[in-house]
Design a protein around this ligand. Structure first.
Ligand code: PEP
Ligand code: MG
Length: 546
């Protein structure tokens, strides 16, 4: 059986499927049916199973993770927890409810303690879920773990889930939901693993089946034959052996410079980006480091991360984005209220402005890191709508010691008043993922509208041109840091529309570098002009790719 979706990158993988377990239904409220001693016996056994599993898993993975898992195993064996569960069962609760309530009450105590202890509260909730899953005889929720390599199949992955994945083991990702710019796709690019998102039939792929994922062809072959697997692996090796061009600075054929920068989500990713020839960082997504944090990160915790990042790029440009919380990247300390339409809600700069103390702390910490390193730090705000918000952010950043402050162009309104915005900012960085989502009114996380999420759409290209023209007129740099910059043909068009730098997942740098070297600035502008006349994304792609 062959399934199709949106392929991310051009990689190929073959392997055994491990499905992301379904979330557990809440613990039942039904009164206890068995006698208290029987229920207590079942819970005791489940707690023991979970503790043993956690210890064994710790032993298998070793390192820092072992300490965390051992600590969790100890919590599962804690006699105080067991006594609390027994009391609740004696009072009439069924086993599941007693487990859920007992762990929740201990988690609440830890949360009240703040700091490190509060961060452990989530571990208790995780253990309760594992115990309840064991009682029900179903797989534990959360990211699957395995000692052998596997291909992960899921409905979709939240950024917090992906942070827990062991990418030495996950050889490819297949998701039912998500479009080409969903955060699953971004992560797959960052980790250089093949992925196919928005695969309508992904729910029918069984655990344990053998599949081939061909991201270049956007296909998933389910129950692949040995011949299909062998052919896929041969093609994969061919791709890997493809000689990469020398790591020169980004430029067009006529020498027109186009700095090629990296999109990063953690300082640890810096070395790999440099090895692939990144000339700096064009987008550092700070929120990725704090997805699990119950409370705003302390100045010390932030300072260490930013200093480590900047120190990896001496003399080079590093563009750091302030926390972009909301939509599919909620941060508990910035997004407090439920929103039916969070992508249209209080996200990005809107959330930061409503919590200005958190924004001030972040800017102050960045200014401190700037003072102790040699990198050229630029700082920008996400989801900026107009001149007023631009002036607010740039003014605050400068007040707190940031030397170069700018805004992301992700909301169409910003592009429509680009002439006003470029007067109030040091630079603009175009986030084509959100700019496309908001221009085409198509949720970037929804597989069913993934075909709208195409930055080749002439409406998106026209907005980019408005930004490029305004930037050129005012002498304000206008970079692109959305996934569009990773498409070699589109990268040429973006430069033709006025992009002064391109930032992308490091794995895309080589292909974009090679593509830029094939055209002069005149040719890039001619391609851009042709692409603007398309009547659909497909037509613009056709017109702009030659
Ligand atoms: C974008 O929207 O294009 C962007 C770069 O930001 P993110 O993908 O993190 O929303
Ligand atoms: Mg964005």
């Amino acid at each position: 059986m062959e399934l199709r979706g949106s392929g991310i990158g051009s990689g190929i993988a073959a392997g055994v499927v491990l499905r992301m377990p379904e979330p557990l239904a809440p613990a039942s409220d039904a009164p206890r049916t068995a006698d208290a001693e029987t229920e207590k016996g079942l819970v005791g056994e489940a707690l023991g199973n979970v503790a043993t599993w956690l210890s064994q898993r710790g032993g298998a993975v070793g390192g820092e993770a072992q300490a965390v898992l051992e600590a969790q195993a100890l919590m599962a064996r804690d006699p105080e927890v067991a006594a609390d569960i027994s009391t609740r069962i004696d009072a009439g609760a069924n086993a599941e409810r007693a487990v859920s309530e007992a762990f929740a009450s201990f988690a609440q105590i830890l949360e009240g303690m703040g700091g490190y202890m509060a961060e452990r509260a989530a571990d208790l909730v995780d253990i309760a879920q594992r115990v309840i899953a064991d009682l029900r005889g179903v797989p534990a929720p959360g990211v699957p773990e395995s000692d052998a390599p596997f291909i992960l199949v899921a409905h979709d992955l939240a950024p917090a889930d992906t942070a827990l994945l062991d990418f030495a083991k996950v050889h490819a990702l297949v998701t039912r939901d998500g479009g080409p710019t969903s955060h699953t796709a971004i992560l797959a690019r960052a980790k250089s693993i093949p992925a196919i998102v928005g695969v309508a039939g992904a729910d029918d792929i069984a655990n344990g089946s053998l599949i081939v994922v061909d991201a270049g062809a956007s296909t998933v072959t389910v129950d692949a034959s040995p011949e299909q697997v062998a052919a896929a692996l041969a093609r994969r090796d061919e791709l890997l052996n493809h000689a990469s061009s020398p790591l020169t600075a980004g430029a067009l054929a006529d020498g027109h410079p186009v700095p090629l920068l990296a999109n990063l989500g953690a300082p640890e990713e810096a070395a790999a980006a440099l090895a692939l020839g990144a000339e700096g960082v064009g987008l550092f997504r700070t929120e990725f480091m704090f997805l699990d944090s119950p409370a705003a990160p302390s100045i010390d915790a932030q300072q260490a991360k930013y200093t480590e990042l900047l120190a990896a790029f001496p003399g080079k440009k590093v563009v750091v984005r302030c926390l972009d919380a909301g939509a599919d990247k909620p941060l508990r300390f910035l997004n407090h209220t439920h929103e039916d339409n969070p992508a249209l809600g209080r996200r990005g700069l809107r959330a930061l402005r409503a919590n200005e103390n958190i924004l001030r702390d972040q800017l102050t910490t960045l200014a401190n890191a700037q003072a102790v390193t040699d990198a050229e730090l630029w700082v920008m705000a996400p989801m900026v709508a107009d001149h007023d918000e631009t002036a607010y952010f740039v003014g605050l950043a400068k007040e707190l010691g940031i030397r170069v402050a700018g805004v992301m162009a992700e909301v169409p309104s910003l592009a429509l008043v680009a002439d006003q915005v470029v007067e109030a900012t040091d630079f603009v960085s175009i986030g084509t993922n959100d700019l496309t989502q908001y221009t085409l009114a198509a949720d970037r996380t929804l597989g069913s509208v993934a075909s709208y999420q195409d930055p080749w759409h002439p409406a998106v290209l026209r907005l980019i041109k408005m930004l490029g023209d305004a930037g050129a007129a005012a002498g304000t740099p206008v970079g692109v840091c959305g996934e569009a910059a990773a498409d070699p043909d589109l990268a040429i068009v973006l430069v033709g529309l006025g992009a002064t730098s391109l930032s992308m997942a490091p794995s895309a740098l080589a292909d974009v570098r090679a593509a830029l070297l094939t055209v002069t600035l005149d040719e890039a502008q001619a391609r851009a002009a042709r692409a603007l006349t398309g009547r659909s994304a497909a037509e613009s792609r056709l017109l702009g790719s030659r």
